[in-house]
Write a protein of this length. Structure first.
Length: 148
């Protein structure tokens, strides 16, 4: 597929693993439910396999924070101001951006005492995403063998 270079710069961008059925299902859910109550602004989502990662990295300051290796391991939330959040904090930012009750859930995930727990849960889900509902062996993290 061709690289996406037409992504808007005025909204945050969620970069996820489009080859993972579980990840795609989660992004579809987020687009349908939290976004439906959107009161604070929009966001876009793109699979990293269809994104120009070098261009996205330049857009957030060219610090090497947006790479194929990283996007294969965790979802990324890129802000128009150049901030990059990964994993559980990317999910937290998406929820906060969605407004309403979702924003409270996102803010809870972003609290310093909760952050380590949220990160651990995110890593556990990511590590076992091929076993989650909608997951397939293709969902396994790079370097891990999917065992049904």
């Amino acid at each position: 597929m061709a690289d996406r270079t037409d992504l808007p710069a005025h909204d945050p961008l969620l970069v996820f693993d489009g080859d993972c059925a579980f990840c795609t299902t989660c992004v579809d859910w987020a687009a349908r439910y939290p976004r439906a109550s959107l009161s604070s602004g929009g966001w876009e989502a793109v699979p990293y396999q269809r994104a120009d990662l070098a261009a996205l990295d330049r857009r957030v300051g060219g610090r090497g924070l947006v790479t194929a290796g990283r996007t294969g391991q965790e979802v990324l939330w890129l802000t128009p101001g150049g901030q990059v959040y990964g994993g559980a904090q990317a999910v937290a930012r998406l929820l906060m951006r969605s407004g309403g009750a979702w924003a409270y859930a996102g803010a809870l995930l972003a609290l310093p005492p909760v952050r380590p727990l949220a990160a651990a849960v995110y890593r556990a889900v990511a590590r076992h995403r091929h076993r989650m509902p909608g997951g397939t062996p293709a969902c396994a993290l790079p370097g891990r063998r999917a065992v049904p």
